[in-house]
Design a protein around this ligand. Sequence first.
Ligand code: 3H9
Length: 696
Amino acid sequence: MTAINDVTDLSKDGDIAVLTLNSPPVNALSAAVRDGLAEGFRQAIADDSVKAIVLVCEGKTFIAGADISEFGKAPRGASLFDVQNAMENSPKPAIAAIHGTALGGGLEVALSCHYRVAVPSARCGLPEVNIGLLPGAGGTQRLPRIVGVEKALEMVTSGQHVPAKACLEMGLVDEIVPEGKLRDGAVAFARKVVAEKRPLKKVRDSNEKVEAARGKPEIFAKFRKDNARKFRGFLAPEYNIRCIEAAVEKPFDEGIKVERELFRELVTGNQSAAQRHVFFAERSVWKIPGIPDDTQTIPVNKVGIIGAGTMGGGIAMNFANAGIPVTIVEMQQEALDRGLSVIRKNYENTAKRGRLTMDDVEKRTGLIKGSLKLEDLADCDLTIEAVYENMDVKKDIFRKLDGIVKQGAILATNTSALNIDQIASVTKRPEAVIGLHFFSPANVMRLLEVVRADKTSNAVIATSMQIAKKIGKIAALVGVCPGFVGNRILAQRQREAQKLMFEGAMPWDIDRVLYDFGFPMGPFAMSDLAGLDIGWIKEKSHGATIRDVLCEMDRRGQKTGAGYYDYDENRNAKPSPVTEKIIKDFVTKSGVNPRQISDEEILERTIYPMINEGAKILEEGKAIRASDIDIVWINGYGWPVYRGGPMFYGDTIGLDKVLAKMKLWQAQMGDAYKPSALLERLVAEGKRFQDLKQGE
Ligand code: 3H9
C-alpha cells in the first residue's frame, strides 16, 4: 500500500488498483481529498500493471459532498473539475464503490467514474438544494442523462437520499454487492468489466434521455407550477431547474457552463450563506458546554404524561412513534377517552394518506395507555406535565409526582410561560426538574425548547437532549426567562404588529410584508387561524381592544368565517372593511394621526426588535449561542430558512443598522426599544453575532 497523502492510499489487488480515501468524519472533498484523488488516479493510470481502478472510502460513508466549510474561502488544492476529467477520461475503467451516502460532490465524483457499485444500505443523492446550492460539479448535467428529466428534477430539488435498490433500478448504480463486502465486491466487479471488455461508459455521452425531453417546455412548466408553494422564496430550486433545462437544450459542455455560472451566483449569495449557517447550526445546537458527550444519561424506557389535551396527546405520539411506551393520566374518564380517541384519529388520518400502515396504527396506539391515577406513573423514567398554564395547579402536580415517581426519574413540564425554578422548588429533587417545551401540534413541529432550571442536573439535561434526538426533534437548550427564547422574541414582533396597527397600518399590510419576507403567514392571519378567542373571556369583554370588539361581534377567526379578515367558504382571506372601520375608530379615539407606513418600516419595526431581544437573551446567558436562537425561530416559528434565523439575518443586514434604528425608536417611543448592551458592544467592535466565541 502506498500513502498518496494523509487521507489517500493506493494499493493493488492483483491487477486492480484500489484508491482508498480516509478523511473523517464524512470524506468530504477537501483540498487534501481532491489532491489525493488527482495524484492517486495519475499513479494508477501510469502503472502499466493496473487494468482498472476502484475508488472506495474508509469510515462510515462514501464522499458526502464538497467540504461545506471551504465555501467562501480562497481556493486551494486540485480543482474538482480536473479530478473528474482525469477519472472520466481514464483509459482504464474507473469504478466507484459506495457505502453510507454518496452525496452532492460525492455522487458527482461517482458519476465521473465509468461504473458504480454499492452495498444495499447505501444511498445516493444531490442534496445541495438544502444548503441553497445546486450540484456544481456536473451533477445537473450527468444525472438526467441516467435517470431522465422528471426523476432528476425531483432529486435535485428535494435533495432526497435514494436507497441503493432504487438507484439500481434507475441505472444510477450498476450492481449491488453484499453488505460488508464492498471492497471485494467492487474489485470482483472491476475484474468482470476488464474480462468482458466492457466499454468505458462516460455518462456525459449518453444523450438519449435528455433528448427525449427536448422541445417539451411543458415538463418544466408543470414541475414549477406543481411545486410553486414549496419553492416560494427559495432561489436554489429554480436554479436547479434551469440547469436541468440546460442539460436538455444544450450540449454537455454548454450545459456545464450554465451550471457553473448559476452555482457561482448561488454560492456567493445570501441565501446559500444562510442555509449553510443553518446546516452547521443544526449540528452545533446539540453541543452543550460543560456537558461532555460521554455524560452518563438516564435510560428512558417508559414515559408518563399528565394531561390528555392537544399538547399531551401530541407529546405522547412522539414517544409511541419511537417505540417508547407512554401512560397518559387525566382527571376525568371523559377527558381521557377524548384524548385517546384524538390520538387514534390522528394516526388513522396518517394511514389514510398512506404514510402509515394500519398495523403501525395499532402498534403505536397500543403503546399509549390511559389512566386516572398519578400513581400509575411510579415506574416511569420521564414524566411530562402538560396541563393548562396555572402555577398552583402545576405545583400541586409536581408535589404529588415527587411523592410517587421513582427516584432517578426526570420530572419535566411542558410550560411555555411559567417559571420552572418555582415549579422545581416544591419538589425535594429540583435537580430532576426540567422544561420540555413542545410546540403545537407537538407530533408535527420539529422544535423542542429544553429549559434548564437553576438546579437541573447535567444528567437530566444530557438525557433530555438525547431523548429529543431519539424522537426526531431538534432541541435547543435555553434558560428560564419569561417566554424562554422563542416566545420572548415573538412578544416583540406581536407588540410591534399591534402598535403599527394603531399608527395607521392595516393587518393585511403587516401580514403581507412578513409573508413576502418568507414567513408562512403574518401575525394577524395567524391569530385568525388559532382563534381570536384564545384567552378571551366573554363576560369580562367590554370593547377595550380591537380583539375584544372582533370577538364580541363573533368574529373569532377562521372558524367563525371572520376575524381580522373575512373568509369565503374555502377559507380564502379577504381584507375586511368591518375590521378596517373598527381599527380606524380606535385610532381616531386614541387621538393619533394615522400615517402612511412603508413596507420597509413595517419590516424593520417587526424584525429589528426581535434581533435586539435575541441579543439580550444572549447577554443574559439564556441561550448558548446566537445560532441556537436561529434554530428556535426556524423550527418553531416559520422563520424562512433562506434568511438563516433572526440573528444571522441581523449579521447579514449589518448590526450597525439594527442598532441605529433601535436608538432612534428609543428616543422617539421609549425604553421598550432600548438596545441590548451586547448589540452596542458588537457594533463598537465591528463584529457580528457569528464572531462571538463561546462564553463571550
Ligand atoms: C456540494 O457537494 C457541492 C458540489 O455539488 C459542488 C462543488 C463544486 N462538509 O451530519 P452529521 C460534518 S455541497 C463539511 O452529524 P450524520 C458535520 O458538520 C455538499 N462538513 O453526521 C459534522 O461535524 P461535527 C453536499 C461536513 O452521520 C460531521 O460532519 N453534501 C459535511 O448524521 C458529521 O455530520 C451535503 O449537503 C460536508 N459536506 O450524517 C451532505 N457533511 O461533528 C451534508 C458533514 O463537527 N452532510 N459534515 O458537528 C450530510 O447530509 C450528513 O452529514 C451525512 C451524515 C448524511 C453525510
